[in-house]
Design a protein around this ligand. Sequence first.
Ligand SMILES: O=C(O)CCC(=O)C(=O)O
Ligand SMILES: [Fe+2]
Length: 292
Amino acid sequence: MPTSAQLKEHYDTHGYVIIPGLLTPSEHADLLAATDRVVARTRSGSWPHARVVGKQFPPYGVGDDIWGVQHAMHPALEEPVFARWYAGDAVRGAAEMLLGCQDEDLQMELFNILVNPVRSEFALCWHRDDIKGSASEDEERAALTVRHYGVQWNTALHEDVSLYVVPGSHRVPRTAVQRALSNDTAAPADPLAMPGAIGVKLRVGETVFYNNNILHCASYSPNIPRATLHACMGDTRGGSARARNILQHDLGWMKEEAFRESLNLKGRQMLERLVRMQEEYHGKDIEYSLEE
Ligand SMILES: O=C(O)CCC(=O)C(=O)O
Ligand SMILES: [Fe+2]
């Protein structure tokens, strides 16, 4: 087993790292059972917050097939295992190790679930989450040298072969060939045609943490069951650096008392830091209480 320092070194150098063991067998069973219930609700239309086949970025709209479920921690889903695991020691510990921060810096962010479509294949084009494909080389270079104050991860509840990344691309602008293959519109016929690309294969229970500005894409097949927890967490030392990426998702429900009450102490503290960032970014909504 690599040391923490080796894992962090791999993450910093290559823009991603695979870490096993962030869930116990009983957590895996509980998370998978909760995921199956939530996915069934979403496929039937009773949970409206879906990632819809045909649409890569929010707002996702409506459609007849899905590739993901939004807001796993929403109290209306009544699945507290998601928030308990998210705010638990294993996940927080890994995030703190990669961010080089402490518990008191951690900010709650997004927690979604990625699944296979059931009707047709679907794929995401090559992209960076927080830099547009149309960015010039100089814009790209400038955005990539800004320090990153968050981690994003995929945790596989079934084996997962959907994600592709270009290791090291979180630090350098695209080459001309890479740029031509990441135009934000066409899904790749063959992800491995991208120079430098590798497929990220996760065994059950493994987690890949990746810099969300690494060049990445994903491909989904109705014949390959997928149930992958997809989440991110911030480091408040970055101020509102995370706001643009995080607040594009509709997070009003996270400010409701029912959600706060569903969390343990660590979860509440992380939530309070998110709410504070949201207030600073929008400069309003000051009535929300940050008191315990
Ligand atoms: O399906 C995946 O693993 C990647 C999803 C992704 O890149 C995104 O939602 O921006
Ligand atoms: Fe992405």
